[in-house]
Ligand binder design. Structure first.
Ligand code: HEC
Length: 127
């Protein structure tokens, strides 16, 4: 009878082990469920541009490696969006007519793309 409990435990461990599924699928589900309900320029948007775009699109790098497209400040990002509506979000989503960005790097994760999209649709607040 004493052997029964360890066997029961083992069955449980095996069962839970199998249940934990393929991690990649779970991760993709998590990303699909990334719901953005607010986006602040300073907290959410600027860090994305600094980390992923500034090496080509900051004011000083734009003429050298960003084809002259300066996205290095709030004002410049807004100016670009007003001049070329939707191109920024299209380039991040890598769909539509825009060139895919960030160039030479992997696509941004869906949460960050959704944050930028939310912020643009929210009329680009300087917050
Ligand atoms: C390695 C350099 C590099 C990085 C990093 C980079 N870009 Fe670009 N980007 C360019 C260049 C160069 C162009 C001009 C078009 C071309 O030649 O591909 C461009 C063009 C663009 C355009 C115009 C696209 C169009 O269809 O006209 C947008 C918008 C843009 N980049 C946004 C971004 C954003 C946002 C990021 C960061 C998430 C980013 N880029 C990261 C180099 C870069």
């Amino acid at each position: 009878m004493k052997i029964f409990i360890p066997i029961l435990l083992l069955c449980f461990v095996v069962f839970v082990g199998c249940y934990s599924d393929n991690e990649e699928t779970l991760y993709e589900d998590y990303l699909k469920d990334c719901i953005v309900t607010e986006a602040f320029f300073v907290r959410d948007i600027q860090p994305i541009f600094v980390a992923k775009c500034d090496r080509c699109h900051s004011e000083s790098n734009a003429p050298i490696s960003g084809d002259g497209i300066d996205l290095g400040s709030y004002e410049k990002i807004v100016e670009f969006e007003k001049k070329y509506p939707n191109i920024l979000v299209q380039s991040l989503k890598q769909e539509g007519g825009a060139l895919p960005m960030p160039r030479g790097d992997r696509k941004l994760d869906i949460c960050n793309i959704k944050k930028v999209e939310f912020w643009v649709n929210d009329s680009l607040p300087n917050n």
